[in-house]
Ligand binder design. Structure first.
Ligand code: BGP
Length: 464
């Protein structure tokens, strides 16, 4: 069958500043929580590879843009590192960073690749984290100033902006489940972080629209559809709805509808952990929703009613309201431990069409991290990653179906272009269309999937 996508579909990939740029003498970058955490506990990072290494985009961006072009990109998303542009989080702007981002943007545009820029990808400047990071309302003001600085500096050429990538992840990682610094387990702080991220997003959107820069601004959310163990069991269904409220609708509803989900408000009132909501905040959130929604999809959530006892070793947690369901016979990516469920992408897109006003959206991340890809190197030195081609093909078929049924989905960005540094997993699992040899100065080689993607982009679809 032939799968053809709408005209001008965005074919490309996504990445982030902290995962790709690296740190170089004289670059003027300030510290963020990743630089600091790595200094503190390098053993927490796979093979002890820290954020200073990454894929050296700071010096290799020209080569990278050529490679993107070679694999058919018409668009590409990365993020500005707040701590590169404004090393202390507030105050002086780093001219070396302005030059770097200007050159990067110009290089992309000169090669026919539209830059999509995100403002925040898990990378709190350390100076702000020392004052509480997102738990502190002052960070909202600092972020809005940073956002306006970016719009002023780069908004003449960058026409797609995003306020956050996966804002639920700093909530989960930093304040509930201990996979981001500062590794707290305090739900009251988690709620404040989520609230301030939402408020910061709405305020940045307001500023962007006031500046009248003739572009669009959105948010990128990792939407993980919550499926109940048994659809006919009301307790399972209710548990799945709670998980959905905590992890998806906590950002999706305010971003698109301008309001917080009722279930969540009830829970935080019951627990007496409502954050400080100042006069006017809710109106700002209501009146400044996104123009565009980026959807990151990797895996679903399988949920059942709470059966295990609540763990008393800490305060309240989201999973006091549901249990994870280990569904037998699910397809799994063994390296990352994530379920592969292609239809999930269709379910999200359908939900966005039916319940979120069919907002303009695109797949902003989807991908498969695999460990030890060197074993697939063929005699020409290319990694034959057929599993990745299959992964993307099967997801694209469902994206296609959703579009046929009317979903306003404008593009597909793969995570990621070059193999990059994945937080504490560092270079363990590789996601790229292009391999990066970190032991050989970051040498790049296009994988089989990269060549395949070029044909998909050129044909605006594929036959299968
Ligand atoms: C997404 C993040 C990315 C990237 C990707 C892969 O959630 O937006 O930054 O890291 O996941 O996941 P991981 O790095 O955890 O393997």
């Amino acid at each position: 069958m032939k799968y053809t996508f709408p005209k001008d579909f965005w074919w490309g990939s996504s990445a982030s500043g902290p995962q790709t740029e690296g740190r170089f003498t004289g670059d003027g970058k300030g510290e963020n929580i990743w630089d600091y955490w790595y200094e503190l506990e390098p053993e927490k990072f796979f093979d002890q590879v820290g954020p200073d290494k990454t894929s050296r985009v700071y010096e290799k961006y020209q080569e990278d843009v050529q490679l993107m072009k070679q694999i058919g990109h018409n668009s590409f998303r990365t993020s500005i590192q707040w701590s590169r542009l404004i090393p202390n989080g507030t105050g002086t702007v780093n001219q070396a960073a302005v030059d770097f981002y200007n050159h990067y943007i110009d290089e992309l545009l000169a090669n026919g690749i539209e830059p999509f820029f995100n403002l925040y990808h898990f990378d709190m400047p350390l100076a702000l984290q020392e004052k509480g990071g997102w738990t502190n309302r002052e960070t909202v003001d600092a972020y809005v100033t940073y956002a306006k600085t970016c719009f002023e500096l780069f908004g003449d050429r960058v026409k797609k902006w995003f306020t956050h990538n996966e804002p639920i992840v700093p909530v989960e990682g930093g304040y509930l489940y201990q996979f981001h610094y500062p590794n707290h387990v305090i739900m009251e702080e988690a709620v404040a972080v989520g609230y301030h991220e939402n408020l910061a997003s709405a305020k940045a959107i307001q500023s962007y629209h006031e500046m009248d820069l003739d572009g669009e601004i959105g948010i990128i959310l990792n939407l993980t559809p919550s499926y109940p163990r048994d659809e006919n069991n009301p307790e399972d269904v209710k548990a799945a709805q709670m998980a959905d409220a905590f992890f998806n609708r906590s950002f999706l509803d305010p971003a698109v509808k301008g309001e917080f989900p009722e279930e969540l408000m009830t829970v935080i009132k019951e627990l007496d952990i409502v954050p400080e909501i100042q006069e006017g905040d809710l109106a700002i959130i209501k009146n400044n929703t996104v123009d565009l929604l980026g959807i990151n999809y990797y895996q679903p959530r399988r949920i059942k009613a709470k059966e295990t006892p609540i763990d008393p070793s800490h305060g309240p947690m989201p999973d006091d309201y549901f249990d994870y369901y280990d569904m037998p016979d699910k397809k799994i990516n063994p390296y990352r431990g994530w379920e592969i469920y292609e239809k999930g992408i269709y379910d999200i897109l359908t939900n966005v069409r039916e319940d979120y006003g069919n907002i303009r959206c695109f797949i902003s991340e989807n991908g498969m991290g695999v460990e030890g890809e060197e074993r697939y190197i063929n005699e020409d030195g290319q990694i034959d990653d057929d599993y990745r081609i299959e992964f993307v093909t099967e997801h694209l078929k469902y994206v296609h179906q959703a579009i046929q049924e009317g979903t306003n989905c404008l593009g597909y960005h793969m995570w990621t272009c070059m193999d990059n540094w994945s937080w504490t997993n560092a270079y363990k699992n590789r996601y790229g269309f292009i391999s990066v040899d970190i032991k050989n100065e970051g040498k790049r080689t296009i994988k089989k999937s990269g060549h395949w993607f070029k044909t998909v982009a050129e044909n605006n679809g594929f036959i299968d």
